[in-house]
Design a protein around this ligand. Structure first.
Ligand code: ZN
Length: 701
């Protein structure tokens, strides 16, 4: 099934969908250390109807739930939890608003305000007295603290323990590393990337444009020039403090008793150590090495040795096909397609307010992400505080491939948003995306949902051109033939990142020179990917910032879980509609994967419970090993059924996602579903008009 995912990905070799994922998904304790601190004026940051959790420590005594019948909950515990939740919500929101403003480069955005709100959040989560109160309440033996309250208190304790740094020495090292990281990142913001056009003109480009051109430019010199531009990021970072930052991160982690920074990050984010993590990765690496060798040999035999060059590889695999597929993914229709597809699967957002900034522009952060200024929770008074989400992608609407990328990003980030919107626990600490939230759990949801864009069952329904004609089977068949044998490149590109970071943080301090680090990056690319990578390891944004470094393995474990989850649903609903447009799928995800958030039972247990087996790489390796002929047969049947059925909501006048959607472009609001006569679809229509006006090529059907 996943052969078709290849073309919905942004580039084959270099972690295709990595660019679609959050670079800035904070994962672990030190996650609050911020990069990219840029100035602003500290303007009030509630750009629209923010549904902040307003309850500030109400004197709530009783919740209207059945479990309250046995004992009245402790007023102390209720008051503490309410007050803690309200303070957290306020401080978290202030920080996230500043985060959004600086990342989107909005007018008046303030580095100072970002730093201040960051420090406030860090201080709040590092508050020793809150930890003491929590423990005192947990130790209650009088029976006044209910089991439900204890679940919340244990989550508060678990979270605070991720942030409290008790040693003064460790704090000092950490502050120093943060300072260096901020300096490096602000230098990086000014790094000018240029490539040379076919006619010799030197042209400025964002990293996204470079990646798109490497994949799609028909001129080899342009592709090479773009790839070389991405290779300048590494030396730039290495000359601007990256080696010292690595040394200090290690020192910090060791002060806290971890083997190194990687060990600290994985332990905090996933609950298992570096050793366990790499035992799982080594198994996968070993199982797929022969598949990689075969794929490289086949590529050379089919397309010649030049195809193996890093600036040619993605193009050799996807160039022409993406062009031919492009008309079936009109960018301006992407939000509507996403909404219809999710609604048909029974996915609802529980009154989320979502802001979508989908188009690229100069000064915008170069990676899509979804963050939550408001993490949802149920208050001690039983009141539901819905989430508020900010979501961004980097589309250039008339660029070939942009519609496909936008759609996959919407399915991915919208999947994150659906997950977090449905976390219905008693504190925002279950639904905030930092530690102790498992990266693997979070990415499983988004990657499961974006995986549908590669299924004939989905494409036959939703991949339609501007005249509503479905994508022809011949293109999908070609896609399987061209992509399936090379799917392993994606996997190897993914695991290269954790192997590189492992090597980085295992280097002796005396060896941490720019030269050595660059050499290690090249070595890992050769060893894991079979040659220099199309997306150089040192240009992967995740590795630089503290919060997103050493967590890429989370994507790998998530992909394992995605394959296992898909296999489970496809088996279960083999004769009952499969996954696409199956209204039972959303509620099952909600019940098994979503509602508990970062509380018990946790990632590995959830996967086991839903799929009936412990997490393993079997389903993933099995799908890579499927023959092209078998896959074509299966997908053909799915395609025919999908075209015959059409999208489940094709005739519906409204699409109910249970959310308010705002389409924005920087400081401008394009459309608001709350102000449109037919809600979400109305907002999609207004957005479409806006795109057509700004990028007239998109209007020519
Ligand atoms: Zn993601």
């Amino acid at each position: 099934m996943n052969a078709l995912r290849a073309f919905s990905a942004s580039s084959l070799t270099a972690v295709p969908r990595a660019g679609l994922r959050s670079a800035a998904r904070p994962a672990a304790r030190a996650s609050l250390r911020r990069a990219e601190i840029r100035p602003s004026s500290g303007r009030a940051s509630l750009p629209f109807g923010a549904t902040v959790a307003t309850a500030r420590a109400p004197a709530v005594l009783l919740r209207a739930t059945a479990d309250m019948a046995t004992a009245a909950p402790s007023a102390d515990a209720a008051a503490f939890i309410s007050s803690f939740n309200a303070d957290y919500a306020r401080i978290h929101e202030s920080y996230e608003n500043n985060f959004w403003e600086t990342k989107m480069n909005l007018e008046g955005n303030s580095t100072d305000a970002l730093t201040k709100s960051f420090n406030e959040l860090e201080a709040f989560l590092g508050d020793q007295s809150a930890l003491e109160t929590t423990r005192k309440l947990l130790a209650d033996t009088a029976g006044t603290v209910t089991e439900d309250q204890k679940v919340i208190l244990r989550q508060i304790e678990k979270t605070l323990l991720c942030y409290i740094v008790e040693s003064a020495e460790a704090r000092g090292v950490r502050e120093s590393a943060v300072g260096k990281e901020n300096a490096m990142n602000s230098a990086r913001n000014k790094l000018k990337l240029t490539y040379v056009e076919e006619d010799g003109t030197e042209t400025d480009a964002t990293p996204t444009v470079l990646r798109t051109k490497i994949r799609s430019s028909s001129d080899e010199s342009v592709r090479k020039s773009c790839w070389e531009a991405t290779r300048t990021v590494g030396p730039f970072l290495l000359a601007n403090g990256f080696p010292q930052i690595i040394a200090e991160r290690n020192k910090f982690a060791r002060t806290l008793g971890f083997v190194d920074f990687y060990d600290m990050k994985v332990t905090q984010a996933e609950g298992f150590d570096k050793k366990t993590c790499f035992e799982m990765l080594d198994g996968l690496e070993k199982a797929t090495r022969p598949i990689l060798d075969d794929a490289l040999k086949k590529l050379e035999a089919d397309k010649g040795a030049d195809a193996l060059k890093p600036w040619n590889l993605s193009y050799a695999l996807s160039g022409e096909l993406s062009r031919e597929l492009d008309p079936y993914f009109p960018f301006e229709n992407a939000p509507e397609v996403w909404g219809r597809s999710f609604a048909a699967m029974g996915i609802r957002y529980r009154d989320t307010v979502m802001r979508l900034d989908l188009c690229d522009r100069v000064g915008k952060y170069p990676n899509g992400f979804c963050h939550w200024p408001v993490a949802p929770h149920v208050g001690q008074d039983g009141k539901w505080n819905p989430s508020r989400a900010n979501f961004t992608s980097l589309a250039t609407p008339d660029e070939v491939g942009s519609g496909n990328t936008a759609l996959t990003t919407l399915m991915h980030e919208g999947g994150h948003a659906a997950h977090f919107a449905n976390i219905t626990q008693g504190s925002p600490l279950f639904s905030q995306e930092r530690a102790p939230f498992s990266v693997s759990l979070a990415e499983t949801q988004s990657m499961f949902l974006d995986s549908l864009c590669g299924d004939a069952a989905w494409l036959g329904r939703y991949a339609r051109d501007r005249s509503d004609r479905p994508v022809p089977w011949s293109l999908l068949e070609r896609s399987i033939k061209e992509k399936h044998p090379y799917e392993v490149f994606q996997l190897r590109g993914m695991i290269a990142v954790p192997y590189f970071e492992k090597a980085l943080y295992e280097m002796d301090e005396s060896e941490l020179t720019a030269e050595n680090i660059a050499a290690v990056a090249d070595e890992i690319e050769a060893k894991i990917q079979g040659g220099l990578a199309a997306r150089p390891l040192l240009s992967v944004p995740h590795i630089t910032s503290d919060e997103s470094s050493c967590y890429y393995h989370g994507y790998v474990f998530a992909e394992m879980a995605v394959h296992q989850t898909r296999a489970h649903f496809l088996r279960k609903y083999e004769n009952a509609g499969g996954i696409v447009d199956n209204p039972a799928v959303g509620p099952e995800l909600e019940a098994n994967y979503w509602r508990a958030g970062s509380g018990d039972p946790g990632f590995l247990r959830m996967v086991h419970d839903l799929t009936g087996a412990p997490l393993s790489h079997d389903a993933w390796v099995g799908s890579l090993g499927k023959s092209v002929d078998d896959l074509i047969k299966e997908e053909r049947a799915e395609y025919d059924a999908a075209v015959a059925a059409g999208p489940a909501t094709a005739n519906a006048k409204e699409v109910d996602l249970g959310m308010r959607a705002l389409f924005v472009h920087g400081d401008d609001t394009i459309a608001d579903s709350a102000e449109e006569a037919n809600g979400y679809l109305g907002a999609c229509a207004t957005f479409k008009k806006w795109v057509n006006e700004r990028w007239p090529k998109t209007a020519a059907a």
